[in-house]
Ligand binder design. Structure first.
Ligand SMILES: Cc1cc2nc3c(=O)[nH]c(=O)nc-3n(C[C@H](O)[C@H](O)[C@H](O)COP(=O)(O)OP(=O)(O)OC[C@H]3O[C@@H](n4cnc5c(N)ncnc54)[C@H](O)[C@@H]3O)c2cc1C
Length: 383
């Protein structure tokens, strides 16, 4: 054996896996292989992560990696109607992804072997690099969405192309993100605007089809959609990527462990992956330390399974609701005190609790709303 563990892919998931194994199962020798010459690039993420997630799952001090902090969200309906949910204090940070991955890389490269700028493939129980082969007891596939789609072609249905622009704006508030709903901006997801600082916003769209047209539309309408609060000045940077909303895939096969986007460890509602795969990295390290590889799969399902399944169901319902109905639902949610319920119970990483609270309140006060989305519910159940 050349190594106990070889990790393919040095994105957030591969780096967190390498770090957790080095810290928790330090007796195992680890090699991490990344095909790009530098970690953190090319960028593809918005970087919005809950503060509790940064501390507990990413295990970093937010001050080390945050570009900005937010405490609430404006949810804008297709016709421009707005729901605002907020906490008293900051709840999330906009993480500088390249800086975050560089920090992890610094930690990992002190404790494990790392090779950058080399593409590797899994071939049975070994790793192929060009004509060379390396053998390991365990392989960790952290190669992202490409790996997931190559193993599970039907997962492609749930991968939405995404495009983000970093734009310069006239001075704006920095502690609320915007979520824009409606079919003009996205089919199958939503559009967003996240403040990076007082003069920069990251706006984005993930959608089935026409992503470029939609983000241009968002840019043109941004000022109106934000009631004049975000006024674009200039385009600074364009970032591409793919958001996965399909739920968990295989976590283990033989001696190969999957982690991150490669394992479907993302939130089907919002596409966020950092907290979930950092949680999985800890579970992986504990399973390897205990020499119980199967405990990884069981641990991930226990920690994330219910939440991801619930979110996947919600995403499927939302995808089927026409714009007019979405407007009506958001207005009704506001009328029954939904903003307060979401503000009180909402958590970026544990969304089912707030959905159950809201669902119950709707059942008590406006049960006819369920009738209005009966078709969407039906399709979500059978699809
Ligand atoms: C538009 C967008 C916005 C997002 N916003 C957020 C957000 O706000 N908050 C959040 O938590 N999450 C967000 N996400 C999700 C998050 O970015 C992903 O879940 C996360 O990047 C997945 O990390 P990963 O390491 O699994 O995959 P990746 O980051 O894709 O890393 C995979 C790595 O493997 C390498 N690799 C691939 N093939 C090989 C090979 N053959 N050999 C060697 N190396 C290889 C790649 O070069 C890459 O570095 C967003 C995603 C997108 C697309």
């Amino acid at each position: 054996m050349d190594y106990d563990v070889i990790i393919l892919g040095g994105g957030s998931a591969g780096l967190q896996a390498a770090r957790s194994i080095a810290e928790i199962a330090g007796q195992l020798s680890v090699l991490l292989i990344e095909e790009d010459a530098q970690v953190g690039f090319p960028e593809h993420c918005t970087g919005l992560v809950s503060l509790s997630g940064i501390e507990k799952a990413l295990r970093l001090n937010p001050e080390q990696v945050a570009m900005n902090y937010v405490r609430g969200a404006h949810i804008v309906s297709p016709s421009g109607f707005r729901l605002t949910v907020e906490k008293e204090a900051r709840v999330a940070a906009v993480v500088d992804r390249p800086l975050y991955e560089q920090k992890l890389f610094d930690i990992v490269s002190r404790r494990a072997d790392v090779v950058l700028g080399v593409k590797a493939e899994i071939d049975g129980v070994s790793v192929k690099i060009g004509t060379k082969r390396l053998r390991a007891r365990y392989l960790v596939d952290a190669r992202g969405l490409r790996s997931l789609v190559s193993r599970k072609p039907d997962a492609r249905r749930w991968v939405l192309p995404a495009l983000q622009y970093d734009i310069q704006v006239y001075s704006a508030e920095t502690d609320y993100v915007y979520i824009f709903l409606g079919s003009k901006l996205s089919h199958g997801f939503f559009a967003w605007a996240v403040p990076l600082d007082e003069e920069r916003y990251r706006i984005g769209v993930a959608s089935k089809g026409m992503v470029l047209t939609r983000i241009r539309y968002l840019l043109r309408r941004l000022e109106r959609l934000t009631d004049g609060e975000v006024r674009p000045r200039a385009l600074r940077k364009v970032i591409g990527g793919g958001v996965y909303t399909g739920g968990l895939a295989d976590q283990v096969k033989g001696n190969v462990f999957y982690i991150g986007d490669s394992a479907g460890q993302t939130k089907p509602t919002t596409g966020g992956g950092l907290v979930y795969h950092s949680t999985a990295a800890l579970l992986l390290a504990k399973a390897l330390k205990a020499c119980e590889p199967r405990a990884y799969s069981a641990g991930v399902k226990r920690a994330l399974g219910m939440e991801i399944s619930g979110q996947r169901f919600l995403r499927r319902v939302l995808n089927r609701i026409p714009d007019g109905q979405l407007d009506y639902i958001l207005m009704s949610v506001k009328e029954i005190g939904g903003e307060e319920i979401i503000s009180r119970h909402g958590h970026m990483d544990e969304q089912m609790r707030v959905m159950l609270n809201l669902g119950w309140e709707i059942l008590r006060k406006r049960p006819e709303l369920y009738l209005s989305i009966l078709r969407s519910l039906f399709y979500a159940i059978v699809s």
